[in-house]
Design a protein around this ligand. Structure first.
Ligand SMILES: [Zn+2]
Ligand SMILES: [Zn+2]
Length: 819
């Protein structure tokens, strides 16, 4: 009996040896085609749980496969290291964010190494280190130069618990903070924005990239492009200069049905238009809505309310007086901050009109409408009525006709509106890259000169949840001199959204040590774009969206020559345990360290691929992983116990067994290869299990000669190498093969050998030859009989006869006896 499979021992040994030999060192000048396989880098939260492994182990398997296929593979790893949790830990436990983060990096690196991946650690990227964030700041300056970064006073989502501004994407559910669940409120602050809206249209295109349809749909919805018409309503108010209020609508065909208009409470006209008797009520409403987050205001659950401000606009189409209301569901930052209300043909307006007893005239007739009141809003197309010269026009045509009419008179114009707004990147926090800007009383806003980068985060800061950046209280940091006029000046004290850091890290891997630029242009030209990017679908509208914007923007600045960062995107599913998502509070978190210590990293890797289709995810199950462990133990024993061929087998039987083994082996190569290309990793594992079963039978019977046996073992090990790198390296060595299995090429299959063998089946009727059929050698008796009865050349001899018997001689003939 061979030595027992001892994963802990062999895994440590090989990890050390591979590191010493720099087996996975990646070269930039290599004649082979390149393959850039990237996994979303983890946030430095402290521990890698099994969910991380589910993201990173299968992608390592795929990258290893590409490596064996002859590609020069870059599969790097790094850490997303700035952000709130580090600072919260500092406040809670009095540990410096840098110390906390770097301790976590250390631990996570150790865990990642235990996985046995092909990471070239000399390319590691850590976003909180000055040699990295110096370039994040540099990109910010480039955006500023290109007019893509600007400062503006704007209402922001504010988490009173985390004491920071949140991006819209970080506000979840009914308006609570993504991190701590506290209800989000609003505040006005001077903020830095990136002009992502300039790329709205291009961000909806996915030319030449292979992305999941649902991610594309989510991103397109995020951009929220709609074609419509901006309509001018007349304003004639004593003491107000403005002579119109413009609204955006996708339904200009309903304009005759407008019975009120709604302004955002913070609309600049509100105070000037409000009549004295409404003043108190309006002011109270404006104050109330200011305390609510946008998400709360837009919630579909909430009943819509509002206040009439005592003023009117004029519907130019019919000269009607339109009462002006304010309501918090209208946001100043969306469109024009004003909407026209057509209660008969919009659900929200209908409910609002019912609540406040406003008229609901029908202007688009539903099919069969008799002129009565509507029970609910009719939002489908119909025939225009009560619409002057447009009556009897189908509403789809009315959209064009009314728009044209308005445009001719200068009362409106066709336009496009977007839901997407510019990317707010200012954070009132310490643990982030400082925004490299200086404010001078004489010169205004002055960018930090490039040669002065990085603007270092000072080590000493007071971590108190004050609602302002801790940097604000650090005089040494704040006080500086103006780079232009040398007068005393002050630094920007906000830091950047960490999504800035993760929008370009994949460029840095190409030349991580470059200290004269963010990246070496030649190397980025060689490695980028990323060929396969894998990660969770939860990043659909933040990271993946921002990274695409970033790449398009720096392309236009002239730094790179491509516009999409990730050619193919693959989203893995989630590993659950005990029927629910793993979480510390539920106590159902699976820690990979325990399983690695007990069963080995290879078993965990193989199990994670076997448990479910990768894109779907599945449930962690201890008996499932035990089954995988038993399988790998069988592989171990199969490869290491001596094979002895059956000396008494006939040449015929031996030939047949050899043909059978080579057929199964080549079929396996084909299936495993195709599964890897399609990233169907669970069926790849079951195919390898089947091959193992087949080899176990061959071993029992000794049916093939030793060299055939050796060849099949050789192929099994190579096919298994990406999945279980340590086990296969050990077996490769123990069976006398040349180090390293990971430098071997991927096996090729011979298509002819994958085919089932064919034989000629003779069909007789009453013993006379009537037909010959080519069939698979593995045909069953039932299949052979059915096939014979259906042959055109046989049928005439069966007509009007009774079948008395069918005799089947396996592999030879079918004889149909008729009466
Ligand atoms: Zn919070
Ligand atoms: Zn100055």
């Amino acid at each position: 009996m061979p030595a027992k499979y001892n994963p802990t021992e062999i895994e440590k040994k090989w990890q050390q040896k591979w590191a010493e030999d720099e087996l996975y060192k990646v070269n930039d000048d290599d004649p082979r085609p390149k393959w850039y396989a990237l996994t979303m880098f983890p946030y430095t939260s402290g521990d890698l749980h099994i969910g991380h492994w589910y993201a990173i182990a299968p992608s390592d398997v795929h990258a290893r496969y590409k490596r064996m296929r002859g590609y020069n593979v870059l599969h790097p790893m790094g850490f997303d290291a700035f952000g709130l949790p580090a600072e919260n830990a500092a406040i809670k436990r009095g540990i410096h964010p840098f110390t906390w983060t770097m301790q976590n990096v250390e631990n996570m690196r150790r865990q990642l190494k235990s996985l046995g991946a092909i990471y070239d650690w000399s390319r590691e990227v850590v976003t909180c280190l000055p040699e990295y964030y110096r370039w994040t700041q540099w990109f910010f300056l480039k955006f500023y130069e290109a007019g893509l970064a600007y400062r503006d006073r704007a209402p922001v989502n504010w988490c009173p618990q985390c004491q920071t501004v949140l991006a819209n994407e970080q506000v979840v559910g009914e308006g609570s903070c993504e991190r701590c669940g506290t209800a989000v409120s609003r505040r006005d602050l001077e903020q830095w924005f990136l002009r992502i809206t300039r790329y709205a249209d291009e961000l909806m295109e996915y030319d030449g990239v292979d992305w999941p349809e649902r991610i594309k749909i989510m991103q397109r919805n995020w951009v929220g492009k709609s074609q419509g018409t901006e309509i001018s309503f007349g304003l004639d108010h004593p003491g107000v200069d403005e002579k119109e209020i413009r609204v955006f609508t996708t339904r200009p065909d309903t304009t005759f049905g407008v019975t009120f208009m709604v302004l955002a409470p913070e609309h600049p006209l509100v105070a000037r238009l409000t009549s004295p008797d409404k003043k108190a009520e309006v002011e109270a409403y404006v104050a109330k809505s200011g305390r609510q987050s946008e998400i709360e205001r837009l919630s579909t659950e909430k009943e819509k309310d509002g206040v009439f401000i005592g003023a009117y606009a004029i519907n130019r189409l019919n000269g009607g007086k339109v009462p002006i209301w304010i309501a918090d569901y209208v946001l100043l930052s969306y469109g024009t901050g004003a909407v026209m209300a057509v209660p008969a043909h919009d659900e929200r307006d209908f409910a609002f009109a019912r609540k406040y007893n406003l008229p609901i005239p029908v202007v688009i007739a539903p099919p069969g409408w008799q002129g009565g009141d509507l029970e609910e809003a009719y939002t489908e197309p119909g025939i225009m009525v009560n619409s002057g010269q447009f009556d009897r026009l189908p509403s789809e045509k009315g959209i064009e006709a009314v728009s044209e009419f308005l445009e001719e008179r200068g009362w409106g114009k066709r336009t496009v509106s977007y839901r997407l707004r510019d990317w707010l990147i200012s954070r009132q926090r310490y643990w982030g890259a400082p925004i490299p800007m200086i404010y001078c009383e004489k010169c205004g806003t002055v960018p930090v000169p490039e040669q002065d980068l990085p603007v270092l985060l000072p080590e000493d800061a007071e971590f108190k949840p004050t609602g302002e950046s801790p940097l604000k209280y650090n005089d040494e940091f704040v006080n500086t001199t103006c780079p232009r006029c040398s007068s005393p000046a002050k630094r920007e004290t906000d830091t950047m959204d960490t999504f800035m850091c993760s929008s370009w890290y994949f460029l840095r891997y190409a030349s991580p040590d470059c200290d004269t630029a963010a990246f070496d242009a030649e190397k980025v030209k060689y490695w980028l774009p990323v060929d396969l990017y894998t990660g969770g679908a939860e990043h659909a509208v933040m990271h993946l969206f921002y990274a695409r914007f970033f790449i398009k923007a720096i392309r236009d600045i002239g730094l790179i020559d491509f516009g999409e960062p990730f050619k193919r995107l693959f989203n893995q599913g989630i590993i659950i345990s005990g029927k629910s998502k793993m979480s510390k509070s539920k106590g159902n978190v699976v820690n990979p360290d325990d399983y690695v210590a007990e069963l080995g990293a290879d078993v965990v890797r193989a199990y994670l691929m076997f448990v479910a289709p990768w894109e779907q995810g599945g449930e962690w199950n201890d008996s499932g992983i035990s089954g995988v462990s038993r399988w790998l133990n069988r592989v171990w024993n199969l490869a290491l116990t001596d094979y002895s061929p059956d000396e008494n087998a006939s040449p015929d039987a031996r030939q047949k067994a050899e043909r059978e083994l080579s057929r199964i082996t080549h079929k396996t190569i084909k299936k495993v290869t195709e599964d890897l290309e399609k990233i169907h990793l669970n069926t790849m594992i079951s195919t390898l299990m089947e091959l193992t079963n087949c080899l176990a039978k061959v071993k029992e019977t000794g049916a093939v000669i030793s060299s055939n046996w050796e060849e099949s073992i050789d192929i099994l090990l190579r096919l298994l190498a990406p999945t279980t790198p340590h086990l296969t390296e050990e077996l490769w060595q123990r069976t006398g093969r040349e180090y390293s299995i990971h430098n071997q090429s991927w096996p090729h299959w011979n298509e002819a050998l994958t085919k089932d063998e064919e034989i000629t089946l003779i069909v007789q009727v009453n013993g006379k030859l009537r037909d010959r059929i080519m069939v698979s050698a593995s045909i069953t008796e039932t299949e052979a009989r059915e096939l014979a009865l259906q042959r055109e050349r046989v049928k005439p001899y069966l007509a009007n006869k009774q079948i008395a018997n069918i005799i089947y001689v396996p592999g030879r003939l079918v004889n149909i006896v008729v009466k």
